[in-house]
Design a protein around this ligand. Structure first.
Ligand code: FAD
Length: 374
């Protein structure tokens, strides 16, 4: 099965050429593929190679040093990196949502300070949204920023902050005032991860790997210019940012290396049940990809496709769980080589969190149900 069999007709030659270039870079890097490589594959040198090709911030406007290319082109690049299970964690969050958030609402100073470094792959951002009492109910955040001279002081604790231990900066959603409506009075900040008063504590996952962290802020000084967008408008801004977080190909291609290993294994054995189950996954992948193209097209039109992104995340993470369940069956019936076994172990560790991170499936259903526009 090839992803090219489901490609759109738009600028087909150009997109195929771009796809070929990404495959060349991946092949030259000699990657050992991982399932969930956008969260489990931190490799600054690989990110540097991707940056050298101009594939970070590639869809940002040229006037801000971006690549000036379309989100459809970006989708081709991200698809190929994910298909290969390439180690892209170092730049993923900054490229996917922090850069776009700065472009949408950031000051000229923030744009100048952050966008070139993100493009070069030098800025690694950890997302400090969730807290112990604020996950699905994000407006319940208790981390607080109080004015201090020209800037702010931040106190509180974030949890499940992926890659904070590698990060140069932590994005922080904090309460800056107490309003009757609790969705008001929130503000977004970009904080240096080595600022005085920050402590980053590891949290190990169920196979003992270190991806996420607790991040504690004790009276951390933050310059005024590091507020992202409008003070007090953090809720509106973060919900827009979540459309970028939820609507990408990583919501259904994290398990692609395992799916490909399964297809190779299935090809060696004639088994009707195996063929039907793998065929069902292939059909779902086609549908998900069409949804992904719709999200990219909406982004290119300047829209914030929150509902589409939530639908993609809901269906995509359901699909990923089915990939891992099917792999258990297929690799058992048809046999697994060492790489397939390793990808399955990765997948078993990763997929339970897939329908939770970035917003739980129940919350996606609520967003889809409530939205009147895309
Ligand atoms: C692998 C992984 C990586 C993560 N990385 C990050 C990160 O980098 N940065 C970050 O900020 N956070 C991160 N998170 C945290 C993630 O965003 C939260 O776990 C998620 O938003 C759910 O919040 P919670 O864990 O507090 O669960 P809760 O909000 O307590 O929810 C528990 C259960 O109740 C259900 N529920 C809650 N509210 C409702 C409702 N209104 N209607 C119906 N059902 C409901 C949920 O669906 C869920 O099943 C990560 C999580 C995982 C698993």
């Amino acid at each position: 099965m090839s992803i090219e069999t489901v490609s759109t007709a738009t600028d087909a030659d150009h997109l195929s050429d771009l796809r070929r270039q990404v495959r060349e870079v991946v092949a030259a890097a000699g990657i050992a593929p991982r399932t969930d490589s956008w969260m489990r594959g931190f490799d600054a040198s690989f990110t540097e190679r991707v940056a050298e090709r101009g594939w970070i911030g590639m869809s940002w406007p040229a006037e801000y040093g971006g690549g000036g290319r379309s989100n459809l082109e970006r989708m081709v690049v991200t698809e190929e990196l994910l298909r290969a299970g390439a180690p892209v964690t170092a730049h993923w969050t900054a490229d996917r949502q922090i850069g776009p958030a700065i472009l949408r609402v950031g000051s000229d100073e923030l744009k100048a300070e952050f966008l070139p470094g993100i493009r070069r792959g030098e800025i690694v951002v950890g997302l400090g949204m969730s807290e112990t009492e604020a996950g699905s109910d994000l407006a319940a955040v208790r981390t607080r920023a109080v004015p201090d001279g020209d800037g702010w002081r931040v106190t509180g604790a974030k949890v499940w902050t992926t890659s904070a231990h590698h990060a140069t900066h932590i994005y922080v959603l904090a309460r800056t005032s107490d309003e009757d409506a609790r969705h008001e009075g929130l503000t977004e900040f970009l904080v240096d991860s080595d600022a005085p008063g920050i402590e980053i504590r590891p949290i190990l996952d169920m196979v003992g790997e270190h991806h996420f962290n607790e991040v504690v802020f004790a009276d951390v000084p933050v310059p005024a210019g590091r507020a992202l967008g409008t003070v007090g408008q953090g809720w509106k801004q973060v919900t827009e940012q979540l459309a970028f977080e939820r609507g990408g190909a990583e919501r259904y291609l994290s398990t692609y290396p395992l799916l490909a290993a399964m297809v190779r294994s299935a090809a060696r054995v004639r088994d009707r049940a195996v063929t039907e189950r793998v065929g069902s996954l292939a059909a779902q992948l086609v549908g998900l990809r069409q949804l992904s193209v719709q999200v990219a097209t909406a982004l290119d039109a300047g829209e914030v496709p929150g509902r589409l992104a939530s639908a993609l995340k809901l269906r995509g993470t359901t699909f990923e769980k089915e990939v891992v369940e099917t792999a258990r069956y297929v690799l058992d019936v048809c046999g697994a080589d060492a790489e397939a076994s390793r990808l399955l172990v990765d997948g078993l560790a990763a997929v339970p969190g897939a329908s939770i991170r970035g917003g739980a499936s129940e919350v996606m259903r609520t967003v889809i149900g409530r939205s009147e526009v895309c």
